[in-house]
Write a protein that binds this ligand. Structure first.
Ligand SMILES: Cc1cc2nc3c(=O)[nH]c(=O)nc-3n(C[C@H](O)[C@H](O)[C@H](O)COP(=O)(O)OP(=O)(O)OC[C@H]3O[C@@H](n4cnc5c(N)ncnc54)[C@H](O)[C@@H]3O)c2cc1C
Length: 264
């Protein structure tokens, strides 16, 4: 495997235009290599590109690790970071790698969906900003071209004060999500609900958002109706981790609990 070690984004994107595969923390890519699913001949290692590890206000560089997000991130994203793998994985794995892998179970992705984040990308010919719902196209499919590098994720300047992340899995730690969810609520009641592992891409439960945003002080029956709507809106599959029915049920229960945390 031929490896390049650029120090700048310009050098990294130039390697991409020569057909190189980006390698950040390697916690997804090297698993694929070890299983023989991918065999890149030419790799561009991003760890020495300091610009990618910059965190400039509301823009988180693609090379920022989960460990740093755990310590410095907005509340729900930090909560998500805390659940990613083990300390070793969180010290190596990056938000850019999570975004580029685009696993339906990527724990960082519901937060990006909840706050309407954009993904910043750059190639040798220019840069563009892609809204999250135009970036994630399917299971591990994104709008990223082969010669494009994710340089960061751009969050809105004003994030809702009340926000919560939760994850359901078969264990409490080192687990891929059966369902993961972010709920945010503004002081005027505007509520956003984003989920992972229940559709090919991260998704928003927009009917549930509309219903609960209109209720200033949700009663128990409003919360029950909210959970029912969330469960109805998701479109999970049955796989080795869970049945679709359980995922649907868990999505409603989890979203309701997280909303409860935002209402406290
Ligand atoms: C034991 C273990 C536990 C895990 N647990 C979790 C978990 O709980 N939750 C979770 O969400 N994930 C988990 N993961 C998956 C992984 O850790 C995350 O997805 C992580 O964020 C990947 O980041 P990375 O920097 O290691 O990416 P890499 O493995 O380096 O790259 C991943 C993919 O993205 C591409 N890429 C990387 N950076 C860029 C860039 N800047 N621009 C364009 N393409 C890029 C690579 O070419 C590759 O295709 C786990 C992995 C392991 C091995």
């Amino acid at each position: 495997m031929d490896t390049q070690y650029p120090k700048t984004i310009d050098e990294a994107v130039s390697a991409l235009s020569d057909g190189a595969t980006p390698l950040a923390g390697g916690t997804d890519l090297m698993v694929e290599v070890n299983f023989g699913h991918r065999r890149p001949d030419h790799v561009v290692a991003l760890r020495r590109v300091d610009e990618l590890a910059e965190w400039d206000g509301s823009t988180i560089g693609a090379g920022v690790t989960w460990r740093r997000i755990e310590l410095e991130g907005p509340k729900a994203l930090a909560e998500a970071a805390r659940t990613v793998g083990s300390p070793q994985i969180r010290n190596a794995g990056t938000i850019g790698g999570n975004v580029a892998t685009a696993s339906p179970a990527g724990d960082g992705l519901p937060f990006l969906a909840a706050v309407d984040a954009s993904i910043e990308v750059r190639s040798a010919t220019g840069s563009r900003s892609i809204q999250w719902d135009e970036f994630f196209l399917g299971v591990k499919k994104t709008a990223l071209e082969a010669d494009e590098l994710v340089t960061g994720v751009d969050l809105p300047e004003d994030l809702p004060e009340r926000q919560a992340f939760g994850k359901v899995g078969v264990r409490n730690a080192m687990v891929i999500a059966t369902v993961c969810c972010v709920v945010t609520r503004e002081l005027d009641g505007l509520t956003r609900v984003a989920l992972g592992s229940v559709a090919p891409t991260p998704m928003r439960a927009r009917q549930s958002e509309e219903m609960i945003s209109a209720v200033a002080r949700p009663s128990e029956s409003d919360l029950a109706e909210f959970a029912r709507l969330v469960a109805a809106e998701v479109s999970p599959i049955t796989d080795h981790r869970s049945t679709a029915e359980y995922r649907r049920h868990a999505a409603g229960v989890l979203a309701r609990r997280l909303l409860g945390r935002c209402l406290r």
